[in-house]
Design a protein around this ligand. Sequence first.
Ligand code: NAD
Length: 244
Amino acid sequence: TKELAGKKALVTGATSGIGRSIAVKLAEAGATVYVSGRRAELGKETVELIEKAGGTGHFIVADVANIDDVRKLAQEVGEVDVLVNNAGIFPFSTTPEQSLDSYQQVFDVNVRGTYFLTAALAPAMVTKGKGTIVNVSSVAAVVGTPIGSVYNATKAAMDALTRSWAVEFGAAGVRVNSVAPGPIRTEMAVNTVGEMFDEFSNKTPLARAGEPEEIAEAVLFLASDKSSYITGAVLNADGGYVAT
Ligand code: NAD
């Protein structure tokens, strides 16, 4: 039987890139996947890809930077076995040029959205005595970059939440882990990082960028029982980037 047969999963920001790949992968593994994001037409595309792969998907519109949306999303989805906090934004700014608005926005999406969605969905997992949460952070949590310092801070915050929640919910059998991608070939990464994307990719020991599917595999591992003794961990899926 499939790893996630009979399970229900929610993936945020699954209307593109890595999130879309994760949604399809979890569905292929047998889960019923709830896809959330801001744009319905893109969400429907993800659901179509899930169905093409023989899975079951549903789309719910939700902006994770909006706390009412986060609570409504949790209510509409109900109990889940797997929560993947993937929605994230990357404001491309040096520190002196960082605007207050975009500072607030990146913390609201990457940290506050992750925080309150988890706060809403974890209690049911705790009651059931099982469940897995995967936060998509970044190698940028532990490696400095010449641009995007505030993003890096949000990803370090996500990893701190991973460890705290692993401790907080562990006794109930709920596992919480991070996947920290290195340079992954998505439209957002290639467009926003520009020339530096190839530079980062070539710096990895594997000397190439990763594909969204390779992150989805790592997420599936941490979401499934195959990782049954792993919690509070940050799994780098980065071609060896942080090893250098
Ligand atoms: P992406 O832009 O395709 O994915 C981010 C998703 O989050 C998008 O679907 C976007 O619409 C959604 N999103 C943004 N703001 C949102 C909001 N307020 N509410 C709901 N959804 C929102 O880019 P990606 O490369 O697929 O990134 C996915 C995740 O992986 C992000 O958390 C990113 O930080 C992380 N990551 C990516 C890379 C990379 O190289 N691509 C590296 C490290 C970490």
